[in-house]
Design a protein around this ligand. Structure first.
Ligand code: SF4
Ligand code: SF4
Length: 381
């Protein structure tokens, strides 16, 4: 059985958070069960972009600080690292408050830059990840619970995509193409390369709507922890009230028989699932309906059955960030106008995730709109 702990925590105030994380880890044996004296422990928060903690885009710095202090108390040497989706690591660390958290907890900030190439465990033969991630004795994964336009939810497994360094992320999006299942498979293979020792989810204030970068903060008041990130995500998805058929990572994990992807394999400690459930996060607008069409019809009707991005003329400043990040080069800027080639677009939503002006909007195909109208109220906008 996989063991998952849930603890209520309503605030990021230091002493409250510290006692909540102690309580959270108690059923798992506390931090000493994961960290031995002299271990080089890498904390992997979500450092997607240079946003302040109140925007709920990045893992709250107080969680990073509290966990770092607990690792140090257990005798570990703490590093805090990630490879942000946008902007320099230094700027993201400063704006998110993680730089200050590192200083307060006497931890080392580690930017993921050098890579090691490793053998994948299935579909993807070679995968490059950050050397400092690979070489750490232990990984403690500190995801933020958020909705995600491509994968519906980002939590413990998706947070490990940060181990892929900078521009290589776009290359992987391109290799996985428009298939959410393929991308989910890639994320699972990254997880299997080096499994985190422990996962602690920041669900005190989570994100709903157009996550992971442009959604709205939602107060959930929960911390979740566990060794198996799949089991952690399964529970997190339940607590967020997200539809199980849209959780692509979990579905893919079930299809390849990975442990921890079924609720009857999980033992909950602390606050019960029944007591903690009740939230229903708004879904991202970019999510497509599952029409169950054969592949040739999916391609032919792509324009009508999917959402596609377009730049708001009022908000777009033509900075080119989305164009440079777009995996299949579907975005062009010419004569002071930005256009998206919808046939080329793989709906990865990196453009929306990375746009600093929140200018990339979503147009829904006509069949998708009709589907949403017919199922109104069931799954948000
Ligand atoms: S990143 Fe945003 S502001 Fe910059 S060009 Fe793209 S849509 Fe416009
Ligand atoms: S236009 Fe946006 S959603 Fe489409 S492939 Fe490029 S980055 Fe991804």
């Amino acid at each position: 059985m996989e063991e998952i702990c849930i603890t209520r925590c309503d605030s990021y105030e230091y002493s409250q958070l510290l006692s909540a994380v102690y309580k959270l880890l108690e059923p798992l044996g506390g931090m000493p069960a994961f960290v031995q004296k002299g271990d080089r422990v890498l904390l992997k928060p979500n450092m997607l972009a240079a946003k302040i903690p109140e925007q709920a885009v990045t893992t709250h710095p107080m969680i990073v600080r509290v966990v770092a202090e607990m690792v140090r108390a257990a005798g570990g040497k703490v590093m805090i690292g990630d490879s942000p989706g946008i902007g320099s690591f230094k700027r993201v660390a400063e704006k998110s408050g993680i730089s200050a958290a590192a200083k307060e907890s006497q931890s080392e900030l580690v930017e993921f830059d050098e890579v090691v190439e490793l053998q994948g465990s299935g579909v993807f033969r070679r995968i490059s990840i950050a050397k400092s991630y690979w070489q750490a004795d232990k990984i403690i994964n500190l995801p933020k619970l958020k909705t995600h336009e491509m994968m519906t939810m980002t939590c413990a497994i998706k947070n490990l995509f940060g181990a892929v360094v900078g521009v290589e992320k776009a290359g992987w999006h391109l290799k996985a193409g428009a298939s959410r299942e393929q991308f989910a498979r890639l994320l699972l293979e990254i997880y299997l390369l080096k499994k985190p020792a422990l996962n602690i989810v920041d669900g005190v204030v989570a994100m709903e709507g157009n996550g992971p970068g442009g959604g709205d903060p939602i107060r959930l008041g929960l911390l979740i922890a566990g060794i198996n990130p799949l089991a952690v995500d399964l529970v997190a998805g339940k607590l967020a009230g997200l539809p199980a058929d849209l959780l692509y990572i979990e579905r893919e994990a079930v299809s390849i028989g990975l442990a921890g992807s079924k609720l009857n394999e999980i033992m909950i400690y602390g606050t019960s699932l029944e007591m903690a459930m009740g939230s229903h996060f708004r879904l991202p607008v970019g999510l497509d309906a599952q029409f169950g069409l054969p592949a040739f019809l999916k391609t032919a009707l792509k324009k009508h059955t999917t959402s596609f991005p377009f730049a708001s003329k009022e908000k777009c400043v033509l900075c080119g960030i989305c164009r440079d990040a777009c995996p299949p080069a579907a975005i062009t800027i010419e004569n002071s106008a930005l256009s998206v080639d919808n046939a080329r677009c793989i709906r990865c939503w990196c453009c929306r995730e990375l746009c600093p002006q929140d200018a990339m909007e979503v147009q829904r195909g006509v069949l998708l709109r009709l589907f949403s109208f017919l199922s109104a109220g069931r799954r948000g906008p």
